[in-house]
Design a protein around this ligand. Structure first.
Ligand code: CTP
Ligand code: CA
Length: 244
């Protein structure tokens, strides 16, 4: 193997990576979920560890092992993920806050308004079906941006979002991505095209890393580890140098 040892350019840093898909309970045995495998989140955590970071891995439901060496915080719902990410980002007690937070998790936008405490049964008497009322979940990334603005998260913390987009009649993948980058208020938005078997559950990914400063870098098609390294490259450029 003639590859150079990875740069330890995240040594001394604490980064938070959220990963996997949240599950929103309908009853004790059923949930609304999504197709996220957690592969990109796991690759982000693994590459940050290889580059010397301390990693808090806020992990919802994934199909891949947790990277060895990460501090794993298992969560299930969007509300649990929100609490875990904000706590890790802000720091608590002796734990320092985060130098960067990368939101690779697929967070449910909605949850059932009133999950049943008992298993939902179908009617014996008729063919009726329940109608599930949904309510909005908080936007975790928007919450981080707000927490940073209000000083609950350090002003130097770099905030990174991921956006899975499909092009549609109103715009291309990149056009939707540019608009979302502005709307989200994060420092970086990693946009990838989904649909047609792309991105979800696959080893390779093609993304554009959009910076709030107007920069755009296309990466891939490449393994999710290479995408992860490109994201950390962009983060490292934005993390202020450590005090001597
Ligand atoms: N995200 C989040 N909290 C949510 C939903 C999404 O923090 N409740 C984060 C995701 O982890 C991701 C980014 O926001 O980093 C973009 O997610 P996406 O679903 O593409 O954006 P939304 O703002 O939810 O827009 P859309 O209506 O297109 O789903
Ligand atoms: Ca969404």
């Amino acid at each position: 193997d003639d590859r150079a040892a990875p740069a330890r350019d995240l040594a001394g840093r604490h980064v938070v990576v959220s990963s996997g898909g949240t599950r929103e309970p309908l009853d004790p045995v059923r949930f609304l979920g999504n197709a996220s495998s957690g592969r990109q989140g796991a690759a982000l955590a693994a590459r940050a560890l290889a580059r010397g970071a301390r990693v808090t891995y806020v992990r919802a439901h994934t199909e891949v092992p947790d990277p060895a060496g990460a501090h794993v915080v298992p969560v299930s719902t969007a509300l649990q993920l929100r609490d875990a990410v904000l706590t890790a980002a802000a720091g608590q007690g002796a734990q320092t806050g985060a130098d960067a937070v990368v939101m690779a998790a697929a967070v449910a936008d909605f949850r059932p308004a009133a999950p049943s405490e008992t298993k939902i049964k179908k009617s014996e008497a008729d063919e009726s079906a329940p109608v599930v009322e949904l309510v909005r979940n908080p936007d975790v990334l928007a919450g981080l941006v707000e927490a940073r603005r209000e000083g609950r998260v350090a002003s130097t913390t770099v905030l990174v979002g991921f956006a899975a987009e499909t092009g549609d009649a109103t715009g291309s993948v990149l056009e939707h991505g540019r608009l979302k980058a502005v709307r989200k208020g994060a420092d970086l938005l990693v946009v990838n095209e989904v649909g047609g078997g792309r991105a979800f559950g696959t080893a390779d990914n093609t993304v554009v890393i959009i910076g709030a400063d107007g920069t755009e870098r296309a990466v891939g098609p490449a393994p999710k580890e290479s995408i992860a390294d490109a994201v950390w490259d962009a983060v490292v450029m934005r993390v202020p140098a450590e005090n001597p």
